[in-house]
Design a protein around this ligand. Structure first.
Ligand SMILES: [Zn+2]
Length: 210
């Protein structure tokens, strides 16, 4: 089982950890700062003892770190983890931007996003119906105002459901979420709308950050 240091301190860029398991060019460590890739989040990149990783993946309670090249490590070895911090920080800012933007749609116009995802350079929200331009403009304006108002962003474990997390931006309703966020909206920067498109009756809004 891997201790998930990224949930304890999402700003930690380096860590020493011990190898628990090895399989081919992938390893499980006793703890990690690399959040695994999921369908909705890009996951972390970086180096482990100067060797680049191609990413990490969660299987049961283990996080497997996958190397780009063959490795020459042994169980119990202590390795040094170094996060690709620029990528991580950008992903956290984008993720927080997406949650923040969902807030005014829900609170001010009772339009709740039914899906969302974070990609390398953009993120998107999906609504189950077409959203009028005016509501999009107003929600975007409110979210950018909220950024200036330094709202706190907090994530916590669900008290009853094991392994389940929530994230709350300011006073907006908490959203179920296993990802990582910046601690304050001021770290997001500015949210810009990249595109809005209808797809099979659903409205997809794609955003980026400056
Ligand atoms: Zn999320």
């Amino acid at each position: 089982m891997t201790e998930l240091i990224y949930y304890e301190d999402q700003y930690k860029k380096e860590l020493e950890a011990k190898i628990l398991k090895i399989e081919g060019n992938r390893i499980v460590l006793d703890k990690t700062i690399f959040i695994p890739q999921t369908n909705t989040e890009p996951g972390d990149y970086g180096k482990i003892t100067n060797m680049k990783i191609a990413g990490s993946k969660k299987e049961d309670k283990d996080i497997w770190h996958i190397f780009q090249k063959p490795i020459n490590f042994n169980e119990e070895d202590t390795l040094k983890l170094e996060l690709d911090w620029n990528k991580r920080l950008y992903a956290m800012r984008l993720h927080s931007a997406l949650h923040l933007l969902a807030g005014p749609f829900d609170r001010n116009f009772t339009k709740r996003a039914v899906a969302g995802a974070i990609k390398a350079n953009h993120a998107y929200l999906v609504f189950k119906e077409e959203i009028e331009d005016e509501l999009i403009d107003k929600s975007l304006e409110q979210a950018n105002k909220d950024i200036q108002n330094n709202l706190e962003i907090k994530s916590n474990w669900d008290e009853k459901r094991e392994g389940f997390r929530w994230t709350k931006v300011g006073d907006y309703a908490p959203i179920p979420d296993g990802g990582l966020h910046v601690k304050n909206t001021k770290e997001i920067g500015k949210i810009t709308l990249v595109s809005k498109e209808m797809d099979q009756g659903k409205h997809k809004l794609t955003i980026s950050i400056e």
